[in-house]
Design a protein around this ligand. Structure first.
Ligand code: CA
Length: 223
């Protein structure tokens, strides 16, 4: 389901996604989206933030009370704070306008796959190029060599592995790794991320695995 009031973007998404084999429903407002959701929840929602009858965040909050349908938010770059609220409210990922279809399709694949795996088995092994993280064995390898992480570094990496390929907000990371009372302590995150990069990345100043989403959070690369 594509929720977008901009006619040009809406029809571009509809035609491009149809070509890729998706069956696309469109809604131009929150009220249309709500009506469609009551009828039959889609497999995935691409959601614009600024809609004529309200904010996309409202829809995410309503949706999360009943459904785990993946939501990918598309928004103008200046709506940073709203993007963070949406991710914290349960949206799966975001793209800033203008975005490429290739980018959107890649994010959609990750969101759909992730939703599938949370229903069956949780992700326990992450492998990309020189890095291998085994959550059950509690082991992190680079080029086959064991890396020694502190418990907090491992917890932080494990949290990102569970959402590999998706952005995780500063708030979510602080809450899940340090606890709900630490959500304002972004300096913890900066410090531990720097330590993790120093251990994991071949070139910590040009990270290949632990990617920064400026102003939003971090993403563990999965391709
Ligand atoms: Ca709009």
């Amino acid at each position: 389901m594509v929720v977008e009031d901009d006619r040009a973007i809406r029809s571009l998404l509809q035609s491009s996604l149809s070509v890729e084999g998706f069956e696309v429903q469109t809604a131009v407002s929150l009220s249309e989206a709500r009506a469609l959701l009551q009828h039959k929840p889609p497999d995935l929602i691409v959601l614009d933030l600024g809609l004529p009858d309200g904010d996309g965040a409202q829809l995410v909050r309503e949706l999360r009370k009943q459904h785990s349908t993946p939501v990918i938010v598309v928004s103008a770059r200046h709506q940073e704070q709203q993007k963070i609220e949406l991710l914290d409210a349960g949206a799966d990922d975001y793209l800033s306008k203008p975005f490429s279809m290739a980018e959107l399709l890649a994010r959609m694949r990750v969101a759909l796959r992730h939703r599938g795996t949370t229903l069956s088995a949780a992700v326990t092994v992450h492998e990309l190029e020189d890095l291998r993280v085994d959550l059950l064995a509690h082991r992190v390898l680079r080029d086959g060599e064991t890396l020694h992480l502190t418990p907090t570094e491992f917890k932080l990496l494990a949290r990102l592995v569970r959402s590999a390929g998706r952005v995780v907000t500063h708030r979510q990371l602080l809450c899940d790794v340090w606890g709900a009372e630490f959500t304002d302590h972004t300096h913890y995150l900066r410090l531990y991320m720097a330590q993790l990069r120093a251990k994991i990345e071949r070139n910590p100043s040009e990270p290949r695995h632990l990617l920064t989403e400026t102003g939003i959070g971090y993403r563990l690369a999965d391709s």
